[in-house]
Design a protein around this ligand. Sequence first.
Ligand code: FAD
Length: 392
Amino acid sequence: MNTFYQNHETLPVIDEYDVIVTGGGMAGISAAVAASRLGVKVLLLERHIGLGGLATSGLIAYFLPICDGEGTIVSTGICQELYELAVQDSDKEGPFNKRSRSFGNEEGRYEVQFYPMNYQLSLSQYLHDNSVDRLYGVIASTPVIEEGTCVGLIVEQSEGRICYAATSYIDASGECSLFSRTGVETVAGSNTMSSWYYTSSSANPYELHSIGADAPTSFDLVERGNVKAYCGATSTDLTEFILDSENLIRNNENNTENQYRNIAILPSIAQLRTIRRIKGTSELTEDSINSPCNSSIGCVSDWMTCGKIFEVPAGILYSEQISNIIAAGRCVSATGYAYEILRCIPQACMTGQAAGTIAGLMVNNDMKSISDLSIVVLQDQLVRDGVKLHYL
Ligand SMILES: Cc1cc2nc3c(=O)[nH]c(=O)nc-3n(C[C@H](O)[C@H](O)[C@H](O)COP(=O)(O)OP(=O)(O)OC[C@H]3O[C@@H](n4cnc5c(N)ncnc54)[C@H](O)[C@@H]3O)c2cc1C
């Protein structure tokens, strides 16, 4: 095998920010806005050319319940703002009407299917209105670590490698792009096949299809071990997932009943539910359902069952191994059924807001480490910013 030796490269720090967020999905947007509202200078890095991640480019256009299924909204703050924005982009005349799957409650829940391309533009406006700088078409590749602290972030772009510096960094990449390169322990995911795509026909100009392994949750199937599982953390596995997904869609559309319609939109982000998450200072497990939590950073509903709520502990957002990188969205620390709940859109918004608030408070209080921030100060700020910390 040939090998290549690269000269040690000297990279200029081309700009300094207070907070840098990697990933412009629902978690990254929430984190960036929460930090920016604390008056700090925020840069959001996104490798694609639009915002929303899986929720828009991935066509997962379904905001799961932000309520307990018994009439009370539990995921408030930025999550509720983003839910209301999604409702605006769905509650229209024509094929984009609001629909509800009403998990666990026939009367309906605060959940909404939205139109992903409208929503992508709304999210962009939301970021603009909240004074967040952004850079598209860039891959946050390597954190520069000195004695357990991130002092810079190497970014790949078409002109070459550049470096940004900040006080705090947020990993909202959905796959622990930052954490996995710092030595912090991460856990790889396991996924069943799933394909969501839109078709267009004269009968229905805009129709969403979700096909794939049939089970209430992907977790159930992987646990039972009776379907092919994909990890998605390597490019070969990711490619296999995409090729299998294309075959599934092709076969579905070749069915003679479907011959009068065309494919309107295919996903441009792999529809993998879980790629990589951290092992944090705390780890959320199923046992925490309906248990009060002193270090709560917000509440999320168990979207599969009414009346079941997680109060989410702060420790799932960070690891003691690194002082100033905070996880959000799919990167947070949870296992089994708890992760199955926590990896979804409302939960990504909730953990994103908490991560952004930690990052902003660290800057404003001149703190070098997450461990310097008291939970009381964090919780006071979250409550001021509209977050419901306790349900029970
Ligand atoms: C098949 C399927 C069905 C689902 N069904 C639902 C549902 O019905 N309702 C629901 O609420 N949730 C559902 N989910 C889950 C939900 O869509 C996502 O988990 C949620 O949107 C995750 O948000 P996120 O911001 O954490 O991550 P992502 O949406 O993955 O966002 C991460 C962003 O970071 C960017 N990025 C990654 N690495 C880098 C890097 N190194 N540099 C720069 N940018 C980077 C990516 O391009 C992406 O835009 C489903 C998921 C799947 C796959």
